[in-house]
Design a binder for this molecule. Structure first.
Ligand code: SAM
Length: 241
């Protein structure tokens, strides 16, 4: 039996109004009518089962049936910060895979060798990708994609994480034993242009350990997904059901 359709709303109450794009999708694409049962999500980590009670031209009303904790949210926070890439599809790919792998915090940043620039529409698009990915993998939270205008600001936004991993293509060896890692973990991946030596040194002053992903130079999107998956597995986030 396919899972109930999922919709993000600002806040869930006894009666909740679905409007905007989520309403259009529910009414015009999914053809949901009165009596249809859906899951409402408000990024609290809970899943709210609700039934459509009225359908208007621009919104629909839903009555709350019950709320449950979502068992697919990660137990250990993982953050992924990645250098914003020239190819928009690749940024979306990184966001989509990170959400599926259970990342709780997403930051894209510009750095010394960046050659792509962010704007409001692009950031909004990445947040839409996060929502769609969260719905698809049955999570209850769509991590917000934040933008940091430079690497120092990106590193600062990760200061609260216990483990700080800086994937560095010129690192001789890894300064962290990933297989035995535990606790909240932040991962930093460079853009196509990679990092400068000065950026690696800055990361070290902020408590980041350089991590090598081997002798091959991986594409940024490969490195982002690979390291996130390895960390998620080591933290038990990709384990048994
Ligand atoms: N400009 C760099 C070069 O040509 O050597 C390549 C940067 S790579 C395309 C993008 C990012 O992926 C790097 O900044 C790093 O974060 C990560 N990465 C790629 N290969 C890696 C490796 N072998 N070890 C650690 N990180 C790697």
């Amino acid at each position: 039996m396919s899972a109930l359709k999922r919709f993000f709303v600002e806040k869930v109450g006894k009666t909740t109004t679905l409007s905007g794009e989520e309403f259009e999708h529910a009414k015009n694409v999914l053809r949901l009518g009165v009596g249809a049962e859906v899951i409402l999500l408000d990024n609290s980590g809970k899943e709210y089962t609700a039934v459509v009670s009225a359908v208007g031209k621009k919104e629909m009303l839903l009555n709350l049936v019950r709320e449950d904790a979502c068992e697919r949210e990660p137990k250990t926070p993982i953050a992924l910060a990645f250098g914003y890439l020239k190819n928009a599809d690749k940024n979306e790919f990184i966001v989509q895979k990170a959400v599926e792998l259970g990342v709780s915090k997403l930051v894209c940043f510009s750095s010394e060798y960046s050659s792509a620039y962010m704007n409001g529409n692009k950031l909004e698009r990445l947040n839409k990708v996060s929502k769609e990915a969260a719905k698809q993998c049955l999570r209850a939270v769509a991590p917000e994609v934040e933008y940091a205008e430079n690497l120092p600001k990106a590193l600062e936004s990760l200061s609260g994480f216990k483990n700080k991993l800086f994937a560095c293509e010129f690192a001789e060896k890894s300064g962290a034993e990933i297989s035995s890692i535990s606790g909240s973990t932040a991962i930093v991946i460079g853009s196509e242009g990679g990092f400068s030596r000065a950026e690696e040194e800055l990361a070290h002053t902020k408590g980041f350990a350089s991590v090598s992903l081997g002798k091959r130079i991986l594409r940024a999107e490969t490195a982002a997904v690979a390291l996130t998956a390895v960390v998620a597995f080591a933290l038990g986030e990709l384990g048994e059901k």
